[in-house]
Design a binder for this molecule. Structure first.
Ligand code: ATP
Length: 811
């Protein structure tokens, strides 16, 4: 873990000026540290260093200019239209300037009468996500109604669900819309807007608009297949085509073309939105068909009560389509003249150039491929910022990637803490759609993204950096120009852009479809191959998922979901193999659920809990020595457990933070892990996996006065073995045996193990790296860089693997 993979990427100061070394490359920073002389007629060019305070003056000028230019001209008569239903909040003025504002009547009327489906395509920033739900929430069909359903009198409707591909989009949109509607989120128990994302729900009483991740809506569908609380579901950013959004589309199509008995005859309105959707495909998919009884789940209330009258009443209108013309602010796009040989280098140069040439205010959003690249760039930019002369604005870097805790993600959306500072957000493609990062005027797009790729031959998923699609490039550039005119610097040529494919391959065609197949099974879809999907995955992946679920014990021999395992797995908000670990740990034979929860909390909390050690770190040796006390010979999972238990046993939050600092353990990730632990424990209690909450479940991160925390007790070797045997119930197929030539060879067969054996090496980030070889290892993750690496590794016994396989443990 102490391994620093970026030793070579350090900034040095040579006689010829400061340079950044990236591998064997050297970038001179002199040009950036000594800002270029401004060309005479360009007011926005940088001034010589000693005159840099003038940047603020330039900023003033830019602000002034933006004020003068104002938003694009709108038809005054139309723009003056004041909706009865929108309170005159301070946001009304800016809402009126959005291109979608003039379409609000059309949007409303498109869904009146028998029209149940509307597709909206409009440029990024035109106002789709924030405005459409506000336009619709006061429609008469959006009222909550008491109706008669086969199960008796039920309440239907009243809320609009807006799905988002990512948590950060759901939460930031909810907070924006709450502000626009004048009911700030979370400040009171009542409000019009709420959100629901994994491990975080904020649904005030009276919520009319609920932003939620696609995963959360799927969870809700399991509990309420008729989506009774909703009058409408808005599927935003459909072009992203995650497995979850494809499943949602399929379920919505079934609700649409089925009878409405379960909803007491109340139709569910569906709005599908994107900047770059395949209009024909989506229209074709949702085109109403007369339902046939054979389409219905024979056990459903709907099937039991459907009459020919209810069955045909639904299929009348076509899918409505609306194209929103115009964009809010222009975005100037610049491509490179030539292909760039080194993206990381080009990205840093571009950021430095913007910083020195463009006045404040104007933050930068740069798209990189992944966490490692972001952390390296962050370090280099921070080092560079520290060298800037006193009169030059500083740079404050905020990383933004999916593995970060929610709190750390939110930081990127706040203004830089210090004055006279330019914010630089370094993001993966999680900031690509839906989000508005306040302050951003400049986007730098590296043109690549890490894509999860399921290599069905190996049965493993890998993250590979690949060229993005045109649709992604358009989305990325759309992040500039949301609060004023913007610029997007693409680090690739215009020809390269022309050669990009229009859209990404849907995830369902790329990935392990395990979660998708489990969800379909839990929804009573026996024949997963005939479930309506925009694109069906290949037979091989579906078959592999079915086998894997069978190994996990989620499916019985007849292929139906099992009550004891499958249905419970589908309800747990963790991937199925982790869920299987929790179920095993609750069995009396293993009896180690709190420990399994702790490990899973660390695994799912975000970044690696161990921060990378820098070789120049003076305290590196001391940190290493302290960390060695945490390392367990059984491997990474037990090391996580020891770390979590030691850390969580400390009473005071301040002492815990200090404990983390001394070991360079991420205090933020540990806080998140503590919160996940609490929620998972609560869920386990609810699902009757835990008889009672463990005595130390009174964790309050900020409460230093707690006296009752249990102190750390190291796990005995027997209990450690029990815990690893539980993990094997989820990951038995992710194992490798020691071969006579001292290499690790993955076990053959088994779900997830793929069709053949292959070599894996232990990743340098593992505590088992460089340790004496064991007879077998279990690894939770696999990455392919120069070679196949196993990550999150534990030493296991071969007979435990056999035991887990026999019990049906595939991962
Ligand atoms: N959190 C925010 N802070 C500041 N302005 C915001 C925020 N969210 C939205 N806006 C403003 O509202 C505009 C419309 O945003 P909205 O997300 O509704 O557009 P959109 O059409 O859905 O865009 P996209 O297709 O990129 O998701 C933005 O361009 C921006 O001006």
């Amino acid at each position: 873990m102490a391994d620093d993979q970026h030793k070579s990427k350090r900034r040095k100061t040579k006689g010829d000026g400061p340079v950044v070394r990236i591998g064997d490359k050297t970038i001179s920073l002199s040009a950036y540290l000594q800002p270029a002389q401004p060309p005479k007629k360009e007011p926005t060019e940088p001034k010589p260093e000693q005159e840099q305070p003038a940047v603020e003056e330039q900023a003033g000028a830019l602000k002034e200019r933006a004020r003068e230019e104002g938003p694009p001209r709108q038809d005054k008569r139309k723009a003056a239209r004041h909706s009865r239903v929108h309170p005159d909040t301070p946001f009304l003025k800016s809402r009126r300037t959005l291109p979608i504002w003039d379409y609000q009547d059309e949007i409303r009327s498109s869904l009146r009468r028998d029209n149940d489906v509307l597709l909206i395509v409009g440029e990024t920033g035109s106002g789709k996500s924030t405005q459409t739900p506000q336009f619709l929430c006061s429609e008469p069909w959006c009222r909550r109604k008491k109706v008669r359903a086969p199960s008796g009198e039920v309440a239907v409707g009243g809320v609009i669900a807006v799905t988002q591909p990512r948590r950060v989009a759901a939460t930031t949109l909810a907070s924006r819309v709450a502000q626009e509607m004048g009911t700030p989120l979370g400040s009171s128990r009542e409000g019009s807007v709420g959100y629901s994302v994994r491990f975080d729900h904020n649904i005030p009483k009276g919520t009319k608009i609920k932003f939620l991740t696609e995963g959360m809506l799927l969870q809700e569908l399991l509990r309420d297949p008729h989506l009774r609380q909703y009058s409408a579901v808005i599927v935003d950013e459909i072009h992203e085509r995650s497995v979850d959004v494809d499943l949602i589309a399929g379920f919505l199509k079934q609700i649409l073309s089925g009878d409405k008995a379960g909803r007491g005859g109340v139709p569910l309105k569906i709005v599908v939105m994107s900047a770059t959707a395949d209009v024909e495909k989506i229209q074709g998919f949702f085109k109403p068909e007369p339902p046939s009884h054979s389409d219905l789940d024979p056990d459903s209330e709907a099937a039991a009560t459907a009459t020919p009258a209810t069955a045909t009443a639904t299929a009348t209108a076509e899918v409505q389509f609306l194209r929103i013309k115009g964009r809010q602010y222009p975005v100037e796009i610049q491509h490179t003249d030539k292909p760039v040989p080194d993206i990381q280098e080009a990205l840093l140069k571009q950021i430095f150039k913007i910083h020195l040439q463009e006045p404040l205010p104007g933050d930068i959003l740069a798209f990189l491929t992944g966490q490692e690249e972001i952390e390296t760039a962050q370090r280099l930019i921070e080092e560079y910022s520290a060298t800037l002369a006193a009169g030059v604005p500083k740079l404050a870097v905020y990383p933004l990637f999916g593995q970060l805790s929610m709190q750390a993600q939110q930081d990127a959306f706040r203004p830089a803490k210090n004055k006279f500072t330019r914010k630089v957000v370094l993001a993966t493609n999680i900031a690509e759609t839906s989000v508005t990062v306040p302050g951003v005027r400049y986007v730098v797009d590296c043109g690549k993204a890490k894509v999860k790729q399921y290599r069905s031959r190996l049965g493993l998923e890998s993250l590979l950096a690949k060229a993005i699609s045109k649709s992604s490039a358009i989305q990325r550039s759309g992040r500039a120009g949301r609060e004023g005119p913007g610029k997007c610097y693409r680090l690739y040529t215009a020809q390269t852009y022309d050669g990009l494919r229009d859209a990404d391959l849907p995830e369902i065609l790329r990935n392990d479809v395990l979660g998708a197949v489990l969800t379909m099974k839990a929804r009573g879809i026996d024949d997963v191959l005939s479930f309506p999907l925009l694109d069906a995955p290949d037979l091989e992946s579906v078959e592999k998922a079915l086998v894997q679920l069978h190994f996990l014990g989620a499916l019985g021999p007849d292929g139906a979901i099992t009550e004891s395992v499958g249905r419970r797995l589908a309800l747990l908000p963790v991937p199925a193999p982790y869920g299987r670990v929790l179920l095993a740990a609750a069995e009396p034979e293993f009896d180690c659920l709190p420990e399994a929860v702790d490990v899973i909390a660390c695994l799912t909390a975000g970044e690696n809990i161990f921060l990378q050690l820098r070789s120049e770190d003076e305290a590196a040796e001391e940190v290493e020595a302290l960390r060695r006390e945490l390392y367990r010979r059984e491997g990474d999972l037990l090391t996580y457990l020891t770390t979590a238990q030691q850390c969580f046993a400390i009473r005071s939050a301040a002492d815990r933070a200090e404990w983390c600092r001394r070991r360079r353990v991420s205090a933020r990730t540990m806080r998140q892990a503590l919160s996940i632990r609490k929620q998972l424990r609560g869920l386990c209690l609810k699902e009757k996996l835990l008889p009672a909450l463990p005595p130390d479940d009174d964790d309050d991160d900020d409460d230093d006065s707690k006296e009752e925390k249990s102190s750390f007790r190291p796990l005995s070797p027997e209990r450690a073995a029990a815990l690893l045997r539980c993990f094997l119930r989820g990951f038995a197929a992710r194992c490798a045996l020691l071969a006579p030539d001292a290499s690790y060879v993955t076990i053959q067969g088994g779900a997830g193990g793929g069709g053949g054996k292959h070599l894996v090496a232990i990743h340098p980030s593992s505590v088992l790296h460089g340790q004496p070889k064991r007879e077998a290892i279990m690894f939770l993750e696999h990455v392919f860089t120069q070679k196949n690496y196993a990550k999150k590794v534990s030493a296991v016994q071969a007979d435990w693997i056999v035991e887990a396989m026999a019990a049906g443990g595939g991962g």
